[in-house]
Write a new protein. Structure first.
Length: 136
């Protein structure tokens, strides 16, 4: 099974439990905020939307292409999505209301759902820059 499908299955299990009680109320619209189509978030969002569409009665699930973490969190706060993909540092910045990171005020309507996969960052500087440490 492909990695994005495995990740989506794990996240779907929790939402299925939540959605089961609400399914009697009529159509469920589930907008999954992802990222660009060439990134990791989009195929995971598509896989989730397919799982939700099949497993939740009356579900209308879609994966929305976005600019990723910061936009996703702002859209989620504004009620324009039900589930968002975001990096952990962006979630912390959103919760704190870090304006430099794109969050004018603290986003307090966010709730953690799943740590889907580990993400690593590489910080690179040119030799000419003179940067040797993160403090530099």
């Amino acid at each position: 099974m492909q990695l994005h499908k495995k990740l989506a299955l794990g996240a779907a299990a929790g939402l299925l439990a939540i959605a089961g009680a609400a399914s009697a109320a009529g159509p469920q619209f589930i907008n999954i905020l992802t990222g660009g189509q060439s990134g990791v978030y989009y195929p995971v969002g598509v896989a989730l939307s397919q799982i939700f569409g099949k497993a939740i009665p009356d579900a209308r699930a879609t994966a929305q292409v976005t600019k990723a973490s910061a936009e996703n969190l702002n859209l989620l706060q504004a009620g324009r999505g039900e589930l968002a993909m975001a990096l952990g540092d962006a979630v912390a910045d959103a919760w704190a209301g870090d304006a430099e990171a794109g969050f004018k005020t603290p986003l307090k309507n966010l709730r953690g759902f799943s740590a889907t996969y580990s993400n690593y960052i590489q910080i690179v500087a040119s030799e000419e820059s003179g940067i040797k440490t993160l403090a530099d």
